[in-house]
Design a protein around this ligand. Sequence first.
Ligand SMILES: NC(=O)c1ccc[n+]([C@@H]2O[C@H](COP(=O)([O-])OP(=O)(O)OC[C@H]3O[C@@H](n4cnc5c(N)ncnc54)[C@H](OP(=O)(O)O)[C@@H]3O)[C@@H](O)[C@H]2O)c1
Length: 263
Amino acid sequence: MDFTKKTILGRTGLSVSRLGLAGGYGVPAAAVERAFHEYGINYFYWSTPRKSGMGDGLKNLVSSNRKDIVIVLQTYDHLGLTVSRSVHKGISALGTDYADVLLLGCHYSYPPARIIRQSLALREKGMVRFIGMSGHNRKLFGEIARRSDCPIDIFMVRYNAAHRGAEEEVFPYLVGENRPGLTTYTATRWGKLLNPKKMPPGQRPLTPSDCYRFVLTDPHVDLCMMGPKNEAQMVEGLAALARGPLPADEMDRIRKIGDYVHG
Ligand SMILES: NC(=O)c1ccc[n+]([C@@H]2O[C@H](COP(=O)([O-])OP(=O)(O)OC[C@H]3O[C@@H](n4cnc5c(N)ncnc54)[C@H](OP(=O)(O)O)[C@@H]3O)[C@@H](O)[C@H]2O)c1
């Protein structure tokens, strides 16, 4: 497995970098552009609330590289009041006609019919290409993956060394050519896996790169999100790409740390 090479995001057919860059913690615009030009990152998540760093970076990339980047816009609307407005606002702010992915954020049960209807209408109009969903009810993802009629093409699932339930509840159901694409988040477990004070006695903490490598070493994961707050954090995390999969003994060490941190 070579993490510097792009992979196909399940049935979307999108060719994506193995790490995706998220704007939620404040990564600045220049770093967003650097991630694309220098590291080949092409999956960008303008999470909610939409921070200016990711917005400005994407706006600059859109002007000459639109076809080479995958833009993910999110909505937390569960009532169906703002889905369309939020997508309109997002794409017009970026100077583009469409988002590649509309991510339905934080659903613990199957998204309400009106949300699905509105998402499909946006897809019909060409304003979004694919529909994704995030949430922490892992069993639901397993169920959705088994449904052939489901319009959700991309999952965003919690997965890290301490939270490995997706290995049983989601991964086994991602089979066949028509499987949804699998993206993950919370690789650092909200920074806890990096904290020396949370480690078992005598263990060194994980580095950000260890966290992303741990996630990507599982062959089911197409792409792992990273949420740096500055360029230095981003560069540290992106080192995971060149370092590649973790060896078995390091995976073992990290799983033990994960169990301890979870406990
Ligand atoms: N995590 C969630 O439950 C959640 C829910 C909904 C949406 N999202 C969105 O998903 C996106 C990805 O989030 P994530 O939680 O998956 O990101 P992540 O990359 O797992 O974690 C980001 C956190 O890890 C720490 N970190 C990252 N690189 C570091 C470095 N080089 N050195 C030290 N600390 C480092 C930072 O903590 P410090 O800030 O303490 O430095 C940062 O807040 C974000 O846009 C977020 O808004 C996340």
